[in-house]
Design a protein around this ligand. Structure first.
Ligand SMILES: NC(=O)c1ccc[n+]([C@@H]2O[C@H](COP(=O)([O-])OP(=O)(O)OC[C@H]3O[C@@H](n4cnc5c(N)ncnc54)[C@H](OP(=O)(O)O)[C@@H]3O)[C@@H](O)[C@H]2O)c1
Length: 241
């Protein structure tokens, strides 16, 4: 049975991914700084196949501990989805040091550290099911967005990370890809003004914001044997933004 580790599973895209991978039969581990009633209810529904923790993705020692606990509990890690992220919106000139540092620490360094810990386990105990890594980027890494320059930099960094890591791990049979969602209707995008929201919807070919489920389908595919020859790719799932 595949073991999938997903960061930021308490809400939004992370929660939807946890739910979908549980429904397809995976053993799933996830963490965030705080839990949520929805995640607690999933844990009650799948007591043997869902393992949850509360920790900050920017704390390396806690990440290491959590990955070790997951490995002990489920016997290894098959797929790793680096999803946890935060977005502080604002023009660069007035952005505070701590906001810039937090985005770099959580979105970029936190994802890299998580993937490193998971990959170490994958290399130590090769899984029966072909292992994979998915990092969650954003369409703004390529399109840019006013007020999101630092956030976009963290996502562009993750895309470069995924492409190089795919080359490094390909010979070991581990696939690495990035999913780049368009704007989604989740907590992360609640700070969008009504005008901005309408502007994004107008310029999106499919005429709406994305939902977590739209993106989960891509993650489900990338972490399955159906994507066995797909690595080093950035898959935009953005409704034609
Ligand atoms: N929403 C969008 O419009 C959009 C568009 C493109 C890409 N994305 C990307 O999609 C992914 C998911 O976004 P979302 O919209 O689902 O966001 P969300 O609803 O804000 O959820 C973010 C998740 O990450 C966790 N998290 C945040 N900071 C953390 C930290 N320091 N340590 C551990 N966990 C942390 C949150 O839990 P806690 O707060 O409890 O820690 C939560 O579970 C992110 O990578 C985001 O950049 C989102």
């Amino acid at each position: 049975m595949p073991v999938s580790l997903i960061s930021g599973g308490s809400r939004g895209l992370g929660l939807a991914t946890v739910q979908r991978l549980l429904e397809r039969g995976d053993q799933v581990a996830t963490f965030s700084r705080s839990g949520s009633p929805a995640l607690t209810s999933l844990a009650e529904q799948f007591p043997d196949r869902l393992y949850t923790g509360c920790l900050d993705a920017s704390k390396n020692d806690k990440l290491r501990q959590f990955v070790a606990q997951v490995t002990e509990r489920f016997g290894g890690i098959t797929h790793c989805v680096a999803n946890a992220a935060i977005a502080h919106e604002g023009v660069l000139a007035t952005m505070r040091d701590d906001q810039i540092e937090e985005m770099l620490a959580v979105n970029l360094a936190g994802s890299i550290m998580l993937v490193r810990e998971a990959v170490r386990q994958m290399l130590l105990a090769p899984a029966e099911n072909a292992p994979s890594v998915v990092v969650v980027s954003s369409v703004v890494a390529k399109t840019g967005s006013q007020g999101l320059s630092v956030y976009a930099a963290t996502k562009a960094g993750l895309e470069g990370f995924a492409i190089s890591l795919a080359r490094e791990l390909g010979p070991r049979g581990i696939r690495v890809n990035a999913v780049a969602p368009g704007f989604l209707d989740t907590d992360l995008s609640q700070s969008l003004s009504a005008d901005n929201r309408q502007r994004i919807i107008r310029r999106t070919a499919l005429g709406r914001l994305g939902t977590p489920d739209d993106i989960v389908s891509a993650i489900d595919y990338l972490t399955s044997s159906r994507a066995s020859f797909l690595t080093g790719q950035i898959i935009a799932v953005d409704g034609g933004a």
